[in-house]
Ligand binder design. Sequence first.
Ligand code: ATP
Length: 361
Amino acid sequence: MPHYKIACIPGDGIGKEVVPAGQQALEALAASQDGLSFSFQSFGWGGDWYRAHGEMMPADGLDALRGADAILFGSAGDPQIPDHVTLWGLRLKICQGFDQYANVRPTRILPGIDGPLKRCTPRDLDWVIVRENSEGEYAGVGGRAHQGHPIEVATDVSILTRAGVERIMRFAFRLAQSRPRKQLTVVTKSNAQRHGMVMWDEIALQISREFPDVRWDKELVDACTARMVNRPASLDTLVATNLHADVLSDLAAALAGSLGIAPTGNIDPERRYPSMFEPIHGSAFDIMGKGLANPVGTFWSCVMLLEHLGETAAAQRLMRAVEAVTADPRLHTGDLGGQATTAQVTEAVCRRLREPATAAA
Ligand code: ATP
Protein backbone atom coordinates (compact mmCIF):
# COMPACT_ATOMS: atom_id res chain seq x y z
CA MET A 1 0.00 0.00 0.00
CA PRO A 2 1.57 3.31 -1.05
CA HIS A 3 2.79 5.42 1.82
CA TYR A 4 4.27 8.83 1.14
CA LYS A 5 6.51 10.95 3.31
CA ILE A 6 5.61 14.61 2.89
CA ALA A 7 7.89 17.35 4.21
CA CYS A 8 5.89 20.49 5.13
CA ILE A 9 7.55 23.90 5.20
CA PRO A 10 4.89 26.49 6.10
CA GLY A 11 7.47 29.34 6.07
CA ASP A 12 6.11 32.82 6.77
CA GLY A 13 2.88 34.81 6.86
CA ILE A 14 -0.18 33.00 5.56
CA GLY A 15 2.03 30.03 4.66
CA LYS A 16 1.54 29.03 8.29
CA GLU A 17 -2.22 28.90 7.70
CA VAL A 18 -2.51 27.37 4.25
CA VAL A 19 0.05 24.57 4.60
CA PRO A 20 -1.75 23.03 7.61
CA ALA A 21 -4.96 23.34 5.57
CA GLY A 22 -3.30 21.41 2.73
CA GLN A 23 -2.14 18.77 5.16
CA GLN A 24 -5.70 18.44 6.49
CA ALA A 25 -7.01 17.91 2.96
CA LEU A 26 -4.41 15.22 2.25
CA GLU A 27 -5.27 13.52 5.56
CA ALA A 28 -8.99 13.58 4.70
CA LEU A 29 -8.18 12.13 1.29
CA ALA A 30 -6.13 9.30 2.80
CA ALA A 31 -8.77 8.58 5.45
CA SER A 32 -11.36 8.04 2.74
CA GLN A 33 -9.27 6.10 0.26
CA ASP A 34 -8.02 2.61 0.89
CA GLY A 35 -4.40 2.08 0.06
CA LEU A 36 -3.22 5.67 0.43
CA SER A 37 -1.40 7.04 3.44
CA PHE A 38 0.87 9.93 4.29
CA SER A 39 3.23 10.85 7.08
CA PHE A 40 4.07 14.51 7.52
CA GLN A 41 7.15 16.12 8.94
CA SER A 42 6.98 19.86 9.49
CA PHE A 43 9.99 22.20 9.41
CA GLY A 44 9.78 25.59 11.15
CA TRP A 45 12.12 27.38 8.75
CA GLY A 46 11.64 30.96 7.54
CA GLY A 47 11.64 34.40 9.17
CA ASP A 48 11.30 33.21 12.77
CA TRP A 49 14.09 30.70 12.26
CA TYR A 50 16.23 33.52 10.83
CA ARG A 51 15.67 35.68 13.89
CA ALA A 52 16.70 32.80 16.15
CA HIS A 53 19.55 31.33 14.09
CA GLY A 54 20.69 33.97 11.59
CA GLU A 55 19.74 31.82 8.59
CA MET A 56 16.44 30.93 6.90
CA MET A 57 17.09 27.19 7.15
CA PRO A 58 19.91 25.09 8.63
CA ALA A 59 23.02 24.56 6.51
CA ASP A 60 22.26 20.82 6.38
CA GLY A 61 18.53 21.39 5.81
CA LEU A 62 18.54 19.78 2.36
CA ASP A 63 19.72 16.52 3.93
CA ALA A 64 16.66 16.54 6.19
CA LEU A 65 14.40 16.87 3.13
CA ARG A 66 16.18 14.42 0.87
CA GLY A 67 14.25 11.36 2.06
CA ALA A 68 10.83 12.94 1.49
CA ASP A 69 8.66 11.87 -1.45
CA ALA A 70 7.54 15.47 -1.93
CA ILE A 71 7.65 18.86 -0.23
CA LEU A 72 4.65 21.09 0.49
CA PHE A 73 5.82 24.69 0.83
CA GLY A 74 3.95 27.81 2.03
CA SER A 75 5.79 31.06 1.46
CA ALA A 76 8.97 32.90 2.38
CA GLY A 77 8.84 36.63 3.12
CA ASP A 78 9.12 38.74 6.24
CA PRO A 79 8.71 42.50 6.59
CA GLN A 80 11.79 42.70 8.83
CA ILE A 81 14.12 40.75 6.54
CA PRO A 82 15.17 41.86 3.02
CA ASP A 83 13.28 39.94 0.31
CA HIS A 84 16.44 38.69 -1.38
CA VAL A 85 17.54 37.11 1.92
CA THR A 86 14.24 35.31 2.50
CA LEU A 87 13.99 34.17 -1.12
CA TRP A 88 17.57 32.98 -1.61
CA GLY A 89 17.87 31.60 1.92
CA LEU A 90 14.97 29.19 1.72
CA ARG A 91 12.90 28.68 -1.40
CA LEU A 92 15.66 29.12 -3.96
CA LYS A 93 18.07 27.15 -1.79
CA ILE A 94 15.73 24.18 -2.05
CA CYS A 95 14.85 24.69 -5.75
CA GLN A 96 18.51 25.00 -6.75
CA GLY A 97 19.85 22.44 -4.27
CA PHE A 98 17.44 19.83 -5.60
CA ASP A 99 17.79 21.01 -9.22
CA GLN A 100 14.02 21.48 -9.55
CA TYR A 101 14.52 23.02 -12.94
CA ALA A 102 10.95 22.94 -14.21
CA ASN A 103 8.48 25.22 -12.50
CA VAL A 104 4.99 24.28 -13.68
CA ARG A 105 2.08 26.67 -13.26
CA PRO A 106 -1.38 25.59 -14.40
CA THR A 107 -4.05 28.28 -14.76
CA ARG A 108 -7.77 27.74 -15.21
CA ILE A 109 -10.89 29.62 -14.22
CA LEU A 110 -12.39 27.29 -11.62
CA PRO A 111 -16.18 26.85 -11.35
CA GLY A 112 -17.86 29.75 -9.55
CA ILE A 113 -14.90 32.11 -9.97
CA ASP A 114 -15.46 35.38 -11.75
CA GLY A 115 -12.37 36.30 -13.79
CA PRO A 116 -11.73 39.95 -14.70
CA LEU A 117 -11.80 39.42 -18.49
CA LYS A 118 -15.17 40.43 -19.92
CA ARG A 119 -15.42 38.12 -22.90
CA CYS A 120 -13.52 35.14 -21.53
CA THR A 121 -15.39 31.96 -20.67
CA PRO A 122 -13.71 29.32 -18.48
CA ARG A 123 -13.17 27.24 -21.64
CA ASP A 124 -11.06 30.04 -23.16
CA LEU A 125 -8.47 30.03 -20.41
CA ASP A 126 -6.70 26.76 -19.74
CA TRP A 127 -2.96 27.26 -19.67
CA VAL A 128 0.15 25.73 -18.22
CA ILE A 129 3.16 27.99 -17.92
CA VAL A 130 6.52 26.21 -17.74
CA ARG A 131 9.12 28.40 -16.08
CA GLU A 132 12.83 27.69 -16.35
CA ASN A 133 13.68 27.47 -12.67
CA SER A 134 17.43 26.98 -12.41
CA GLU A 135 19.24 29.69 -14.36
CA GLY A 136 18.45 32.66 -16.62
CA GLU A 137 17.95 36.02 -14.95
CA TYR A 138 17.84 34.44 -11.46
CA ALA A 139 21.08 32.50 -11.77
CA GLY A 140 22.52 34.57 -8.94
CA VAL A 141 25.52 35.58 -11.05
CA GLY A 142 26.68 39.16 -10.67
CA GLY A 143 27.96 41.38 -7.94
CA ARG A 144 28.46 44.82 -6.52
CA ALA A 145 31.59 46.92 -6.28
CA HIS A 146 32.49 50.36 -4.93
CA GLN A 147 29.57 50.17 -2.52
CA GLY A 148 28.51 53.53 -1.13
CA HIS A 149 30.69 55.47 -3.59
CA PRO A 150 29.42 57.47 -6.56
CA ILE A 151 31.02 54.93 -8.89
CA GLU A 152 29.09 52.02 -7.30
CA VAL A 153 28.19 49.30 -9.79
CA ALA A 154 25.81 46.33 -9.59
CA THR A 155 25.25 43.56 -12.12
CA ASP A 156 22.87 40.64 -12.49
CA VAL A 157 24.03 38.47 -15.35
CA SER A 158 21.49 36.24 -17.06
CA ILE A 159 22.96 32.79 -17.65
CA LEU A 160 21.50 30.48 -20.27
CA THR A 161 23.28 27.19 -20.86
CA ARG A 162 22.65 24.89 -23.81
CA ALA A 163 22.05 21.99 -21.40
CA GLY A 164 19.67 24.09 -19.29
CA VAL A 165 17.65 25.33 -22.27
CA GLU A 166 17.51 21.92 -23.95
CA ARG A 167 16.14 20.23 -20.84
CA ILE A 168 13.44 22.82 -20.17
CA MET A 169 12.40 22.89 -23.86
CA ARG A 170 12.17 19.10 -23.94
CA PHE A 171 10.12 19.14 -20.74
CA ALA A 172 7.77 21.81 -22.15
CA PHE A 173 7.29 20.07 -25.51
CA ARG A 174 6.60 16.79 -23.70
CA LEU A 175 4.05 18.48 -21.43
CA ALA A 176 2.38 20.19 -24.40
CA GLN A 177 2.26 16.82 -26.18
CA SER A 178 0.44 15.28 -23.19
CA ARG A 179 -2.35 17.89 -23.31
CA PRO A 180 -5.31 17.61 -25.69
CA ARG A 181 -4.41 20.58 -27.90
CA LYS A 182 -0.71 19.65 -28.25
CA GLN A 183 0.27 23.28 -28.57
CA LEU A 184 3.27 25.19 -27.20
CA THR A 185 4.12 28.87 -27.24
CA VAL A 186 7.81 29.63 -26.75
CA VAL A 187 8.08 33.03 -25.06
CA THR A 188 11.15 34.99 -26.07
CA LYS A 189 12.74 38.43 -26.24
CA SER A 190 15.30 37.74 -28.92
CA ASN A 191 14.71 41.09 -30.61
CA ALA A 192 16.32 42.95 -27.71
CA GLN A 193 18.34 40.29 -25.89
CA ARG A 194 20.48 39.23 -28.77
CA HIS A 195 22.66 36.48 -27.27
CA GLY A 196 20.97 34.23 -24.73
CA MET A 197 17.48 34.60 -26.16
CA VAL A 198 18.68 33.96 -29.70
CA MET A 199 20.20 30.68 -28.50
CA TRP A 200 16.91 30.00 -26.67
CA ASP A 201 15.02 30.36 -29.98
CA GLU A 202 17.51 28.17 -31.86
CA ILE A 203 17.23 25.41 -29.28
CA ALA A 204 13.42 25.62 -29.35
CA LEU A 205 13.53 24.95 -33.10
CA GLN A 206 15.99 22.09 -32.62
CA ILE A 207 13.91 20.39 -29.88
CA SER A 208 10.66 20.93 -31.80
CA ARG A 209 11.91 18.41 -34.39
CA GLU A 210 11.65 15.70 -31.72
CA PHE A 211 7.94 16.50 -31.33
CA PRO A 212 6.42 16.69 -34.83
CA ASP A 213 2.90 16.32 -33.43
CA VAL A 214 3.18 19.49 -31.30
CA ARG A 215 2.14 22.75 -32.96
CA TRP A 216 4.32 25.57 -31.68
CA ASP A 217 4.87 29.26 -32.13
CA LYS A 218 7.09 32.01 -30.75
CA GLU A 219 5.87 35.14 -29.00
CA LEU A 220 7.77 38.11 -27.60
CA VAL A 221 7.15 38.39 -23.87
CA ASP A 222 5.65 41.88 -24.09
CA ALA A 223 3.29 40.83 -26.87
CA CYS A 224 2.45 37.74 -24.84
CA THR A 225 0.95 39.83 -22.02
CA ALA A 226 -1.44 41.45 -24.50
CA ARG A 227 -2.26 38.08 -26.10
CA MET A 228 -3.11 36.60 -22.68
CA VAL A 229 -5.66 39.37 -22.18
CA ASN A 230 -7.00 39.72 -25.74
CA ARG A 231 -6.81 36.17 -27.11
CA PRO A 232 -6.60 33.80 -24.13
CA ALA A 233 -7.97 30.86 -26.12
CA SER A 234 -5.03 31.07 -28.54
CA LEU A 235 -2.67 29.83 -25.79
CA ASP A 236 -2.28 26.43 -24.19
CA THR A 237 1.20 25.50 -22.90
CA LEU A 238 3.85 28.21 -22.61
CA VAL A 239 7.56 28.02 -21.85
CA ALA A 240 9.56 31.03 -20.71
CA THR A 241 12.71 32.02 -18.87
CA ASN A 242 12.82 32.44 -15.11
CA LEU A 243 12.02 36.17 -15.04
CA HIS A 244 9.61 36.25 -17.98
CA ALA A 245 7.57 33.35 -16.61
CA ASP A 246 7.60 34.84 -13.12
CA VAL A 247 5.83 37.93 -14.45
CA LEU A 248 3.52 36.11 -16.86
CA SER A 249 2.32 33.70 -14.20
CA ASP A 250 1.24 36.46 -11.81
CA LEU A 251 -0.75 37.94 -14.70
CA ALA A 252 -2.18 34.50 -15.43
CA ALA A 253 -3.22 34.05 -11.79
CA ALA A 254 -4.93 37.43 -11.74
CA LEU A 255 -6.76 36.68 -15.02
CA ALA A 256 -8.01 33.42 -13.49
CA GLY A 257 -9.61 35.31 -10.62
CA SER A 258 -7.13 35.56 -7.74
CA LEU A 259 -3.56 35.04 -6.64
CA GLY A 260 -5.02 32.96 -3.80
CA ILE A 261 -6.04 30.14 -6.17
CA ALA A 262 -2.96 29.52 -8.26
CA PRO A 263 -0.67 26.54 -7.64
CA THR A 264 2.80 25.64 -8.75
CA GLY A 265 5.20 22.72 -8.72
CA ASN A 266 8.99 22.96 -8.66
CA ILE A 267 9.81 19.72 -10.38
CA ASP A 268 12.90 17.62 -10.75
CA PRO A 269 11.72 15.70 -13.83
CA GLU A 270 14.52 13.14 -13.40
CA ARG A 271 13.25 12.38 -9.86
CA ARG A 272 16.71 12.45 -8.31
CA TYR A 273 15.37 14.67 -5.51
CA PRO A 274 11.97 15.46 -3.99
CA SER A 275 9.92 17.99 -5.92
CA MET A 276 8.27 20.90 -4.14
CA PHE A 277 4.69 22.19 -4.45
CA GLU A 278 3.40 25.56 -3.28
CA PRO A 279 0.74 28.18 -3.87
CA ILE A 280 2.15 31.01 -6.00
CA HIS A 281 1.08 33.73 -3.58
CA GLY A 282 3.48 35.19 -1.03
CA SER A 283 3.22 35.82 2.70
CA ALA A 284 0.34 38.35 2.46
CA PHE A 285 1.10 40.07 5.78
CA ASP A 286 -2.02 42.23 5.48
CA ILE A 287 -4.23 39.21 6.21
CA MET A 288 -1.84 37.02 8.17
CA GLY A 289 -3.07 35.39 11.39
CA LYS A 290 -6.68 36.37 10.74
CA GLY A 291 -7.85 33.08 9.28
CA LEU A 292 -8.78 34.81 5.99
CA ALA A 293 -6.24 33.27 3.60
CA ASN A 294 -7.64 31.38 0.64
CA PRO A 295 -6.33 27.80 0.91
CA VAL A 296 -7.38 26.85 -2.66
CA GLY A 297 -3.93 27.57 -4.15
CA THR A 298 -2.47 25.14 -1.62
CA PHE A 299 -5.14 22.50 -2.28
CA TRP A 300 -4.47 22.73 -6.01
CA SER A 301 -0.73 22.44 -5.25
CA CYS A 302 -1.58 19.24 -3.35
CA VAL A 303 -3.35 18.01 -6.50
CA MET A 304 -0.12 18.59 -8.45
CA LEU A 305 1.83 16.81 -5.70
CA LEU A 306 -0.45 13.78 -6.00
CA GLU A 307 -0.17 13.77 -9.80
CA HIS A 308 3.61 13.86 -9.46
CA LEU A 309 3.47 10.85 -7.13
CA GLY A 310 1.40 9.01 -9.72
CA GLU A 311 -1.75 9.09 -7.55
CA THR A 312 -3.98 10.21 -10.41
CA ALA A 313 -7.29 9.05 -8.94
CA ALA A 314 -6.60 10.77 -5.62
CA ALA A 315 -5.53 13.92 -7.47
CA GLN A 316 -8.80 13.95 -9.42
CA ARG A 317 -10.86 13.42 -6.26
CA LEU A 318 -9.18 16.35 -4.53
CA MET A 319 -9.58 18.60 -7.59
CA ARG A 320 -13.29 17.75 -7.86
CA ALA A 321 -13.77 18.51 -4.17
CA VAL A 322 -12.02 21.87 -4.61
CA GLU A 323 -14.11 22.70 -7.69
CA ALA A 324 -17.32 21.80 -5.86
CA VAL A 325 -16.33 24.21 -3.11
CA THR A 326 -15.30 27.11 -5.40
CA ALA A 327 -18.63 26.70 -7.20
CA ASP A 328 -20.40 27.80 -3.99
CA PRO A 329 -20.00 31.59 -3.49
CA ARG A 330 -20.76 31.17 0.23
CA LEU A 331 -17.41 29.41 0.43
CA HIS A 332 -15.41 32.21 -1.20
CA THR A 333 -12.72 33.97 0.85
CA GLY A 334 -12.20 37.75 0.82
CA ASP A 335 -9.88 37.75 -2.21
CA LEU A 336 -12.82 36.38 -4.23
CA GLY A 337 -15.27 38.88 -2.78
CA GLY A 338 -16.68 36.46 -0.19
CA GLN A 339 -16.59 36.18 3.56
CA ALA A 340 -15.58 32.59 4.20
CA THR A 341 -12.63 31.77 6.42
CA THR A 342 -9.68 29.47 5.74
CA ALA A 343 -11.14 26.98 8.22
CA GLN A 344 -14.59 26.98 6.57
CA VAL A 345 -13.19 26.38 3.09
CA THR A 346 -10.87 23.66 4.40
CA GLU A 347 -13.67 21.94 6.29
CA ALA A 348 -15.91 22.06 3.21
CA VAL A 349 -13.24 20.41 1.05
CA CYS A 350 -12.52 17.77 3.73
CA ARG A 351 -16.25 17.08 4.13
CA ARG A 352 -16.60 16.36 0.42
CA LEU A 353 -13.56 14.11 0.53
CA ARG A 354 -15.09 12.12 3.38
CA GLU A 355 -18.23 11.48 1.34
CA PRO A 356 -18.30 8.22 -0.62
CA ALA A 357 -16.23 8.50 -3.82
CA THR A 358 -19.24 8.75 -6.17
CA ALA A 359 -20.84 11.60 -4.18
CA ALA A 360 -17.60 13.59 -4.21
CA ALA A 361 -17.29 13.13 -7.97
P1 ATP B 1 5.63 38.25 -0.75
O1 ATP B 1 6.43 39.49 -0.54
O2 ATP B 1 5.95 37.18 0.23
O3 ATP B 1 5.59 37.78 -2.17
P2 ATP B 1 3.20 39.85 -0.75
O4 ATP B 1 2.35 40.08 0.46
O5 ATP B 1 3.97 40.96 -1.32
O6 ATP B 1 4.12 38.60 -0.38
P3 ATP B 1 1.36 38.18 -2.04
O7 ATP B 1 1.28 37.46 -0.77
O8 ATP B 1 1.76 37.39 -3.20
O9 ATP B 1 2.32 39.37 -1.97
O10 ATP B 1 -0.07 38.77 -2.31
C1 ATP B 1 -0.45 40.12 -2.55
C2 ATP B 1 -1.82 40.34 -1.94
O11 ATP B 1 -2.79 39.43 -2.48
C3 ATP B 1 -1.80 40.08 -0.45
O12 ATP B 1 -1.42 41.21 0.24
C4 ATP B 1 -3.21 39.61 -0.15
O13 ATP B 1 -4.05 40.68 0.14
C5 ATP B 1 -3.65 38.94 -1.45
N1 ATP B 1 -3.51 37.47 -1.34
C6 ATP B 1 -2.47 36.71 -1.76
N2 ATP B 1 -2.66 35.43 -1.50
C7 ATP B 1 -3.85 35.33 -0.90
C8 ATP B 1 -4.62 34.24 -0.37
N3 ATP B 1 -4.18 32.97 -0.39
N4 ATP B 1 -5.81 34.53 0.18
C9 ATP B 1 -6.28 35.77 0.21
N5 ATP B 1 -5.61 36.85 -0.26
C10 ATP B 1 -4.41 36.63 -0.81
